[in-house]
Design a protein around this ligand. Structure first.
Ligand SMILES: C[S@@+](CC[C@H](N)C(=O)[O-])C[C@H]1O[C@@H](n2cnc3c(N)ncnc32)[C@H](O)[C@@H]1O
Length: 411
């Protein structure tokens, strides 16, 4: 990490952004502290991604900007038009830039005093920039990636098997979320920069057959160039045996621990906790472990939500909400929403910034909510957040498992 004037760091990034040969991808995100929200074409944006694509009309800079609800993409010709687009973006008060070139990765984080905290890392080996503009070519893990073959998602020729298309889409959507979350957390200094001697420690709790564990390892190490070590935890011995064999085939250094999410012993606390579709309160067990480990980043996609649903069935419905719980299907859906809303609220109270986003499209699975929590370390003991939480549990007469595990409401 180094500190330098922000303008100088951005002018160095400008050189990379305007190099249509070496730029792989760049992401500008967040707002500078105390500053206004960055805008693109007069619209406030949270994040902008840049890459060069080859169109019939030649190489273009593709600019995809994300607001709270959707993405807008424009393509501008490389050269003068790209210079204008890049300069407009560099003028916006983004909190951080992450710039990947074929040989290096650069991070620039703006401080309150308009200085830049920067970090540059050489890649272990140069990567090729993907210039295709159709969606199929914008895949994070290509169809013929060895991990996808070893997991049986691709066939021997490196094509996704027709029956595994949905799994591949899930892997891709997960990697997109992981990439954005890790990129933002690294750029904002919320996640430590890993080194070869002290790699990023990622644990996948309830990993099952470890599709997402292996995909995360492959993407973070081979594509993002981050030193990373993954550990999978599952109660099933059979999962550990299978996953250890796959890791050996792939030459990946990974551990698979047989144990429960609540009790598994890890040699060191993980930086990143994944818990994807672990049943019912196993998600709460995982969130409580992440809090105790003080893990910097947590991605949790809950599965079934029986616990709060059962509590709702027993407690009298407060007025005037009977219409929400009178019908079984609505009560179940409401229980899902209440459970995840309470989880997000609890994580905020114990010092995490939390977003709740869509995981995979709801046409693939109804279990498509993802809680993305980044540790701030600033726990809240009173105030509006605490009152809001206390009122919510008191109104519905529920006792969230995560609250019990963390002892939040203990007198
Ligand atoms: C639905 S699978 C999901 C697997 C994987 N995370 C995925 O998303 O593809 C749930 C896995 O969590 C494991 N599991 C559930 N509860 C657990 C617990 N309390 N401790 C450890 N593993 C658990 C199950 O054995 C199963 O393999």
């Amino acid at each position: 990490m180094a500190t330098e004037p922000l303008l100088r760091a951005l002018s160095r990034m400008r050189g990379h952004l305007l190099d249509p040969e070496s730029l792989v991808r760049a992401v500008a995100s967040g707002a500078q502290r105390g500053g206004r929200v960055p805008e693109v074409a007069g619209r406030p944006v949270r994040r902008v991604e840049l890459r060069y694509v080859d169109l019939k009309a030649g190489r273009h800079l593709q600019v995809t900007s994300y607001d709270d609800t959707q993405a807008h993409t424009t393509n501008v010709a490389a050269g003068e038009a790209a210079k204008v687009a890049v300069d407009d973006l560099l003028d916006q008060p983004f909190g951080s830039w992450h710039v990947d070139t074929t040989t290096q990765t650069h991070q620039v984080r703006a401080t309150k005093k308009l200085e830049a905290v920067t970090h540059t890392q050489d890649r272990a080996a140069p990567v090729e920039a993907e210039r295709g503009h159709d969606k199929a070519k914008q895949r994070l893990l290509p169809e013929d990636d060895p991990v996808l073959r070893a997991l049986g998602i691709s066939d021997a020729q490196g094509r996704i098997k027709p029956t595994r298309q949905a799994k591949y889409r899930q892997v891709e959507e997960f990697l997109r979320l992981l990439d954005a979350a890790i990129g933002d957390a690294l750029a904002k200094g919320q996640l430590r920069t890993p080194t070869e001697d002290d790699p990023l420690r990622v644990v996948d709790l309830g990993c099952g057959n470890a599709y997402l564990t292996f995909a995360a390892h492959r993407y973070l190490s081979a594509v993002r160039g981050l030193p990373v070590r993954v550990t999978g935890v599952d109660v099933k011995q059979q999962s550990a045996d299978h996953n250890t064999a796959v890791a050996a085939t792939l030459g990946i250094d990974a551990d698979f621990v047989v144990g429960t999410i609540g009790d598994a012993v890890l040699p060191q606390p993980p930086d990143v906790v994944l818990v994807l579709h672990a049943c019912d309160t196993a998600t709460d067990d995982a969130l409580a472990r992440a809090v105790a480990w003080e893990s910097a980043l947590v991605l949790a996609a809950p599965c079934c939500h029986h616990d709060i649903a059962a509590q709702l069935r027993k407690a009298p419905t407060p007025a005037p909400y009977a219409a929400l719980t009178r019908h079984g299907i609505l009560r179940e859906r409401f229980a899902d929403t209440l459970t995840d809303g309470l989880r997000a609220a609890i994580l905020r109270l114990v010092g995490y910034r939390v977003d709740v986003v869509e995981f995979v499209g709801s046409e693939h699975t109804p279990r498509n909510t993802l809680l993305r929590a980044t540790r701030t370390g600033k726990a809240v003991s009173g105030g509006n957040l605490r009152r809001e939480y206390d009122d919510l549990v008191a109104t519905w007469g529920v006792h969230p498992h995560l609250d019990e595990l963390l002892g939040l409401s203990r007198d």
